[in-house]
Design a binder for this molecule. Structure first.
Ligand code: GLC
Length: 427
């Protein structure tokens, strides 16, 4: 139907499932003011360690609760930070002591998480930071807490990036061999002075494809122009206006988004999106053939905070009755255009079209080009019939529609759901 660039990794489940949970968790949860706090406030590694590594104790951590909250929201996969830019590792790596086992928490946090989410039938994804502000051989350039250190050049003399590269490859090998099948690998990220040479990206991709041939790899290794160097494009914290393309061809894509701006737990941020906004975002994304990866930053005690739970629960309320317009759905075929204030998704397997109504119209919703194409229509929230008609004669004289227009006869009162959806059984 749509001509989409094939991927090396297996994206067949991915383009069906559409909706996943991102988890950003690390020492920065204690600072509670952005996961980049170490860089933003230029905190030297020793000081960061003394404050947060020494005091990390998520005593209320229960991955079963997390998996339940995500699954109830309608999410089908999750992607968790094994290590973020701060360098702290959440699994029991053999390659550094800078890991959760050695904090007061004293445990591997990834393994029980993977198991809990699997038990809820969710696919497993791992995020791993290419950047590392803790490793003694990671050279100090533009993005680093010590970038303005008076002895920066001297510090760099003692740093050997090739040592860091081996460490990076070793850790990727670990996370891809310790937890069974991994469905998604999200590596983050390349920038100005560090890209494919710094990471030896091509060799890293070979290793990844060898260890987990089905894995879906994101696009941040600075290999945009290399065949097989990435599977999915990942626009972050904004919405593209149409299906993401590379060299004029549609590609598999996923946008990652936060609830409030920060990825790590941020206590004082007040820019939380509403449930309505988030539901619309999900619809918008699927109507352009993409996926939504929505992030929670758990607290330092190991919980999803009340605001996050509220949003997840609200999305779940909507998904419970409307997930048919999301799972297995994609952008409508090109011949159909969405009416004003609406978004279309289409399920090619069932041949049903979904009209998501962002602004409730008065009684009539006119679908241009749909005449003779629809067999039956109903509201998705309660399966109540939406009668079909041609445009009434007395309205047609005002030039509101042509012979190809189909009219949906909606109730005056808008259904009380985040976004009402009409399901069209197509002929
Ligand atoms: C950015 C940020 C980061 C976050 C990521 C998610 O690249 O560096 O903090 O983890 O986006 O995609």
């Amino acid at each position: 139907m749509h001509d989409v660039k094939p991927t090396t990794g297996d994206t067949s489940w991915f383009t069906h499932d559409r909706f996943g949970l991102f988890i950003h968790w690390g020492l920065y949860a204690l600072a509670a003011r952005h996961e980049w706090v170490q860089n933003n406030e230029q905190i030297p590694p020793e000081e960061y360690e003394a404050k947060y590594f020494k005091h990390f104790d998520p005593d209320l951590y229960d991955p079963e609760e997390w998996a339940k909250a995500a699954s109830n929201a309608g999410m089908k996969y999750f992607v968790v930070t094994t290590k973020h830019h701060e360098g702290f590792c959440l699994w029991d790596t053999m390659l550094t002591d800078y890991k959760s086992i050695n904090t007061p928490c004293g445990r591997d946090l990834i393994r029980p998480m993977v198991e809990a989410f699997r038990n809820h039938n969710m696919r497993v994804g791992l995020y791993h930071s290419l950047i590392d502000w803790h490793h003694p051989n990671y050279t100090i350039q533009s993005i680093h807490p010590l970038r303005n250190h008076p002895d920066k050049d001297k510090l760099n003399e003692g740093r050997d990036l090739s040592e860091y590269r081996e460490y990076l490859h070793g850790q990727v090998r670990e996370i891809l061999t310790r937890f069974g099948r991994v469905d998604v690998l999200f590596l983050d990220f390349s920038y100005g002075d560090k890209g494919r040479d710094a990471w030896d990206s091509e060799r890293l991709v070979e290793l990844i494809r060898e260890l987990q041939p089905q894995i879906i790899l994101n696009d941040r290794l600075d290999l945009q122009d290399v065949e097989g160097g990435w599977d999915i494009r990942t626009p972050e914290q904004f919405l593209p206006r149409k299906w993401v393309e590379v060299n004029g061809q549609k590609v598999v894509w996923e946008t990652c988004q936060t609830f409030s701006g920060s990825w790590g737990y941020h206590r004082d941020e007040s820019s939380w999106k509403s449930v309505d906004q988030l539901v619309r975002m999900l619809i918008e994304v699927v109507s352009m053939g993409g996926n939504l990866l929505l992030n929670v930053g758990p607290t330092g005690r190991g919980e999803f905070d009340a605001r996050a739970l509220d949003r997840l629960q609200g999305m779940g309320e909507w998904m419970k009755r409307h997930d048919r317009s999301i799972y297995g759905c994609t952008q409508a075929p090109d011949e159909f255009t969405a009416p004003q204030d609406c978004r279309l998704t289409y399920n090619p397997e069932t041949n049903r079209m979904y009209v998501h109504i962002f602004a409730w119209p008065f009684r009539h919703l006119h679908l241009d080009g749909f005449r003779d194409r629809v067999e039956y229509a109903q509201l998705l929230n309660d399966a109540s019939e939406v009668p079909l008609s041609t445009v009434p004669e007395h309205e047609r004289q005002y030039g509101d529609a042509d012979a190809r227009t189909l009219t949906l006869n909606l109730p005056v009162v808008r259904p009380d759901v985040a976004v009402p959806v009409v399901e069209l059984y197509m002929k």
